[in-house]
Design a protein around this ligand. Structure first.
Ligand SMILES: C[S@@+](CC[C@H](N)C(=O)[O-])C[C@H]1O[C@@H](n2cnc3c(N)ncnc32)[C@H](O)[C@@H]1O
Length: 479
């Protein structure tokens, strides 16, 4: 497979700003190479559309467009889709300069567009129109979840094939999303490309109203599949372990002097925030815990009525602008479908120069036998959250106005024989049983039972070593 130019950068484009460049690339490909007419390279939907472009230096070399139809009966009828109301997205006008074809750049572009669309725009249906049968292309788009739907009349007596990616039920939407997310990750890693933040682009171009906030804020990936009664003891044990791991990290950070306001987003049962507030580092701070789960907040309130606990989504906290000196997130980002929306909201509630402190496990740092690695990757392919988000967070955080201050990584290993955790520099040693306990949340997912059984059998019948990193990233709000 050819590799594209090493300096490629992917950017969102609006037709108002970049229309001429988009049209010029379409002209080169569709008119000059493929013989279509000039009328093929502009559509009335371009102005309101979203366009994702790949640039080699200053040159636009690839573009794919997304047209957005909300409650548009005329278009729904024309495309013959089952929709009566709701949001329909059309993927269209994919154009690429010849030297870049065969590099999988187009796959990356389409998968990035579709991934962002699911994470931020949530369509009920997505449509691709083909000019004629194009069986190869139909097969290709099948990889993105698109199925043959119908044929409709095209211009000048031609026929258009309508491919549909249904997402009218959460399960169907999720299935397609997980498939194309995987493709985007694999192709992105192969090409060394990253997709830019759609949320940042919508904010910059004044189109945040496109985001269905009610649907997104109602979501809690963490609590949805879990029984809280089973989960709370595991979470409390993990939190205490994390507190030990975090002691030197917290000590190394220069927090602003009190009085100051500290917000813990995704605070869960509030055990961690309570422990932090008792320590000397945050003396004189006002502590606020926020979590999307009503049960978690109720538990936290009962436990520590002297602190403030709020039930809200990190995507839309309802808190005032620039109110906090520090925003802290422990094991929250791995449970979000839209980390970009969370970053935007955290930036909004932080004062200029405020600190954003985030801690999470990173599954991509797992080191251990294939029997267990397989379980971890099976979970990744099944879970809408992203337990490797710490690898992409620096890039996203930079786009959302954060500059890196400090970065730590602690490798947690299963090599101790002591029942108590051993805290070393950049390492925590656990005994085998405690280490396995970190993965016990997987037992609550039926779909993983097969992988879990063989991983567990292997783990307990061997003396295999395994380890994984907990990462801490500390940022300052700079814009
Ligand atoms: C693994 S727990 C971590 C709890 C706590 N930070 C700790 O370290 O013990 C993840 C928490 O994130 C919360 N959560 C998930 N999605 C959220 C969202 N969109 N907004 C706010 N909280 C969310 C869940 O309810 C859960 O309490």
């Amino acid at each position: 497979m050819k590799t594209p130019s090493p300096g490629l950068v992917i950017r969102w484009m609006s037709f108002a700003e970049d229309g001429e460049r988009i049209v010029s690339l379409r002209r080169q490909v569709f008119v000059e190479e493929q013989g279509y007419g000039e009328d093929f390279i502009r559509t009335p939907y371009d102005e309101q559309g979203l366009h994702l472009g790949a640039f080699d230096g200053d040159q636009l070399v690839s573009v794919v467009s997304l047209f957005i139809f909300d409650d548009d009966p005329e278009v729904f009828a024309r495309y013959n889709v089952p929709l009566k109301s709701g949001r329909l997205l059309q993927y269209a006008k994919r154009a690429e300069l010849a030297p870049f074809r065969g590099t999988r750049l187009a796959d990356f572009m389409v998968a990035s567009l579709a991934r962002a669309a699911f994470e931020v725009l949530r369509p009920r249906y997505s449509v691709i129109l083909l000019q004629g049968e194009h069986t190869q292309l139909q097969k290709h788009y099948g990889k993105f979840g698109a199925e043959y739907h119908s044929k409709i009349p095209g211009p000048d007596g031609t026929e258009l094939v309508v491919l549909l990616v249904p997402s009218h039920t959460p399960d169907i939407a999720r299935g397609a999303y997980l498939k194309l997310r995987k493709m985007q990750e694999v192709v992105g890693a192969h090409l060394g490309l990253r997709a830019p933040s759609l949320v940042k682009f919508l904010e910059r171009t004044g189109r945040m109203n496109l985001i269905p906030m009610a649907a997104l804020t109602a979501e809690n990936l963490y609590t949805a599949p879990l029984s809280l009664r089973d989960e709370l003891p595991r979470l409390s044990a993990q939190t205490r372990l994390l507190f030990g791991e975090q002691k030197p990290r917290i000590a190394a950070v220069e927090f602003p002097p009190p009085p100051a306001r500290f917000l813990d987003v995704g605070c869960g049962p509030g055990v961690y925030l309570s422990m932090l507030m008792r320590g000397s580092k945050l003396q004189g701070y006002e502590g606020v815990g926020l979590d999307a789960s009503k049960e978690m907040v109720t538990y936290a309130r009962l436990n520590r009525p002297d602190l403030t606990w709020l039930q809200a989504s990190v995507y839309d906290t309802k808190l005032p602008d620039q109110h906090f000196d520090v925003v802290h997130a422990n094991f929250l980002f791995i449970h979000l479908v839209s980390p970009q929306l969370a970053l935007r909201e955290i930036n909004r509630v932080l004062r200029p120069g405020g600190i954003f402190y985030v801690v999470d496990v990173n599954d991509s740092t797992f080191d251990g036998p294939p029997e267990i690695a397989q379980l971890i990757s099976a979970h990744h392919e099944l879970y809408d959250g992203d337990r490797s988000v710490m690898s992409s967070l620096p890039h996203l955080a930079a786009e959302h106005g954060f500059s890196p201050m400090l970065n730590f990584s602690t490798r947690v290993r299963n090599t101790s024989t002591s029942p108590e955790p051993v805290f070393l520099k950049d390492e925590v040693l656990l005994d085998r049983i405690k280490m396995w306990g970190l993965f016990s949340f997987l037992a609550q997912r039926e779909e993983l039972a097969r992988y879990l059984k063989s991983a567990m059998e292997y783990y307990y019948s061997s003396s295999c070593e395994m380890s994984i990193c907990v990462e801490t990233q500390v940022y300052r709000k700079t814009s």
